[in-house]
Design a binder for this molecule. Structure first.
Ligand SMILES: C[S@@+](CC[C@H](N)C(=O)[O-])C[C@H]1O[C@@H](n2cnc3c(N)ncnc32)[C@H](O)[C@@H]1O
Length: 251
């Protein structure tokens, strides 16, 4: 808790995004990622592998955009910076460890943008339009969280379709980008299972809010909260779907 609070104070972000809760969300993720480092490692390795394969299969090597770059835990930044002339890292919050890592590469730029309503921000739209590869890196299921929590914080229920709309908006943006010359790579968690120590599923949550995705090219489990993180007797598992080439998956 203390670590999360300290991160909320030191991580830079525009006041509007701080007020909306993105810095708090980033701090929460950061603290959990460090507590659950060992449990998360297999997932992060697989996600990095998908992104590297997508990068190597991309014909143009001008620029790559990573949406939801966050802590860069699942982003193979060195490989991308070696393969492409320019790397743009896009997130509502770029935490300090990611900023320091990015500074080691002369061709890496940070773009701070809130993208739950799409990729229409003028600066971002330009960066995406000229990209050879666009990666959506474990971002999609996170997009509805802050907007829904903002309603709840005001004591109101979020509009019932809000989560669905946000997921559909992001997928539509990826569709548009994939209909041009860019390759689009999507890695996302789609469902959360709560499991007990006997391996029984005691609850599950559709992280896509009812939006169906095409059959994935790779599927794996991410133990996002091992036993002890949310309680002694339960753990949280997220199922990941990976699409190294979104255009091919949609065809
Ligand atoms: C699970 S993390 C992704 C992991 C990240 N790729 C990494 O390697 O650390 C989700 C990221 O999405 C970002 N995010 C959530 N909602 C966002 C929004 N509306 N606009 C931009 N970024 C957002 C968060 O700040 C966070 O960094």
């Amino acid at each position: 808790m203390l670590f999360e609070w300290a991160l909320s104070l030191v991580n830079p972000a525009p006041l509007r995004l701080r007020r909306l809760g993105y810095v708090r969300q980033s701090g929460r993720l950061h603290a959990r990622s460090r507590r659950c480092r060992a449990a998360w490692a297999p997932h992060l390795t697989r996600a990095r592998g998908v992104i590297i394969a997508a990068a190597e299969a991309t014909a143009g090597r001008g620029s790559v955009v990573v949406l939801g770059s966050g802590l860069l835990d699942d982003v193979p930044l060195k490989a991308l910076a070696d393969l492409f002339d320019r790397v743009s890292l896009v997130d509502a919050v770029h935490p300090w460890p990611a900023r320091l890592t990015a500074r080691r590469h002369r061709n890496v730029a940070l773009v701070t943008a809130e993208i739950s309503a799409g990729l229409g921000d003028p600066g971002l739209a330009e960066v995406c339009a000229s990209a050879d590869l666009i990666v959506s890196a474990n971002l999609l299921s996170q997009l509805p969280i802050v907007p829904i929590e903002a309603h709840e914080a005001r004591g109101r229920e979020a509009p019932p379709q809000l989560g669905t709309q946000i997921v559909e908006t992001h997928l539509a943006a990826l569709d548009r980008l994939a209909s041009g010359t860019a390759r689009v790579c999507l890695v996302t968690d789609i469902v959360q299972r709560v499991e007990d120590r006997a391996g029984r599923v005691t609850d599950s949550l559709d992280l896509m809010f009812g939006v169906a995705l095409p059959p994935p090219v790779q599927v794996w489990d991410w133990e996002i909260a091992p036993f002890g993180e949310i309680g002694r007797c339960h753990r949280l598992i997220h199922q990941i779907h990976a699409y190294p080439d979104w255009r091919a998956a949609r065809a």
